[in-house]
Ligand binder design. Structure first.
Ligand SMILES: [Zn+2]
Length: 170
């Protein structure tokens, strides 16, 4: 993905070297496209040695397993975004949440950069009702996560690390 036009004035963007980075800059008004990562949140939800994964209904990586979560709105704290996403995607409330890591990825091959806050989460009581951009939600034994069918490389790595950590502990 390569930005072509200025968001401020619609002028054409050209390559501009800035230290080690190659930016896209407007020839007309000087506005710069920094290509900063878009912040997101993801939930690791464990229950009786199983982890809850959602099947992505939409691109990128449609038809692959993923952690519940999504993009943050402007001005939204990651924890608030997490709570909103769990409500939207799974129809459940957030119990407790603890920040356990941060991952970086791309939104699909060649997509824009993403930075995701990963939380260990417990859910409020109540049934799970997959909705919106989720085709299915399923509990997988931590030692039997279908890693080859997890689309985002960063999430695959996080789940592999979780499986390893759990195997060593038990
Ligand atoms: Zn411009």
């Amino acid at each position: 993905m390569r930005a072509r036009f200025c968001l401020a004035c619609g002028g054409r963007l050209v390559d501009a070297r800035e230290g080690r980075h190659l930016r896209r800059r407007c020839r007309r008004c000087g506005w710069t496209f920094y290509d900063n990562p878009v912040p997101a949140c993801a939930a690791v939800i464990l229950r009786r040695h199983r982890v809850l994964l959602v099947l992505r209904a939409r691109p990128p990586h449609a038809g692959t397993w993923d952690l519940p979560g999504g993009f943050l709105e402007a001005g939204e704290h990651p924890m608030v975004g997490l709570k909103r996403e769990l409500r939207e995607e799974l129809g459940v409330g957030l119990g407790r949440a603890r920040l356990t890591g941060v991952v970086v990825d791309r939104y699909g091959r060649g997509g824009f950069p993403v930075l995701a806050f990963v939380y260990r989460v417990t859910l409020a009581p109540g049934p799970i009702r997959p909705a919106d951009d989720v085709a299915d939600a399923r509990w997988f034994p931590i030692q039997a996560i279908p890693l080859s069918r997890v689309g985002f490389p960063s999430i695959r790595r996080a789940l592999r690390a979780l499986a390893r950590a759990t195997a060593t502990r038990s």
